[in-house]
Ligand binder design. Sequence first.
Ligand code: PLP
Length: 427
Amino acid sequence: SSDPSISPTLGAAELTALRDRARSDYAELVERGLSLDLTRGKPSPDQLDLAAGMLTLPAGGHRAADGTDTRNYGGLHGLTELREIFSGLLQVPTAQLIAGGNSSLTLMHDSVVHAMLSPLPGAGRRWADEERIAFLCPVPGYDRHFALCERFGIELIPVPMTAEGPDMDVVERLVAEDAQIKGIWCVPKYSNPDGVCYSDETVRRLAGMRTAAPDFRVFWDNAYAVHHLTDTPVEIADLLALCAESGNPDRPFIYGSTSKITFAGAGVSFFGSSPANVSWLLGHLAKSTIGPDKINHLRHVEFLRDEAGVLEHMRRHRELLRPKFDAVETILAKELGGTGLASWSTPQGGYFVSLDVLEGCAREVVRRAAEAGIALTPAGATHPYGDDPRDSTIRIAPSYPGLEELEAAITGLTVCVRLVATEKLLE
Ligand code: PLP
C-alpha cells in the first residue's frame, strides 16, 4: 500500500533516458486520441447483467413472509427476511438493522442531518447548537463523505491511514481532548481507495476509546463487506458488539448497501446500530417517508435467497472484477516497478487501487492523462477539501471499463507517471 517514502532509485543518465522515452511514449499516446474513463467506482454493464433476473421479480406474489402486502404503505424498518439475509454479513442483529431505500449515502446524509436537528441518544444538545463540529477523516478516503460534511459546515480533520486502519494513536488523542469532534468516517473493509482492512486491534480501540463528546459516533460505512477479490475473504471485528462490551453501545452507526451487489441505482441500503439509535433514526425517518420500497426488498429476497446466495452472487462479480485488478497490478508492476517513481495498493477486495506518485506530481499526472483522453478522479479528491498536501495520491477505479480499454488506460497512465516524475526530477 501507499509508501510515503518512495524515492527514485535511478541515476541521472538512466533518468534522462527514461524521460526521453516517456516523452515519445506520451506523444504517441496523445496521437492515439483515446477516450477512456477511470473516474468512478461503478459496476460494469456485465456485472449489472448478473442481476438481470431480478427485473422479473417478485414472481411469488407480493406478500412478505409475515403476510405484509409489499405494494402498500408501511413497514419503515424494512422487510424482516431481507434484514435476516444481511444481518450476519453486516454484523448487526436483525432487530437492530433497518433496510431502506436505494442509497446508503442517503442514510449517512440523513443521520448527519438528524443529529444536527435533534439531539442524539446521550447528547446534551443538537449538533446545530454547537459552535463548531468536526469529523475525523482517515486519508486517503471517500470524497462523498467529505462533501457531505462540508455541505453542513462540519470541519474535516485528516488522520493518516496505516496498513491496519486509521492511526489510532492520533485518533485517541484527538477525540479525548476535543468535545467538538463528533464523528469519524470509516470504510473498515477494502477501504476506498487504498483497500485497507481494519485490524481487530483498531476496531477494539475505536470501540473502547474515551471520547470527550458524549455523542461521538463512528460512521462505519461497510460498503465493501462482501466484495472480496480473493479466496480468503477478510473478516473484520464486530464493532457493534465491541462497543456494547466497552460500555459505548450507542457509538456505532453502521451502513451498507446492495449497490455493488445487485444494481447500483436500484439496490437496498442498510443502517444498523444500538436499539436506542435505531429508534432515534426511525422516529425521524418516519417524518420523511411512510416506508421504503418493499417490492424491491422482496425482489432482493427472492433473488439473493440467503447469506450463501449473496456470497455466491459475489463470486460471480469477482470473476468479472478479478482480471481487471490483475491487469492493473501487472501493468503497474511492469511499467513502474523498480523505478521508485510510484507505489500502489494491491487490494484484496473492494473497488479501487490507490496509486501514489512522487510528491507534487499527482495533479500534473491527472492533467496530462486528461490531455491524452484518460479521465481520472481529480487528484486531491481522496483528501478533505480536495487538498492532498503531498499532491501524491491518485485513485484508480478499474471496474467499469472493459478489459482492453482498462489496459490501454492504465498503460497510458503509467506513461504520464513516468513523464511527470522524470521531468520533475530533472527540473
Ligand atoms: N460508501 C463508499 C465507501 C463508497 O465507495 C460508495 C460508492 O462508491 C458508497 C458508499 C455509495 O453507496 P450507496 O450506493 O449505497 O449510496
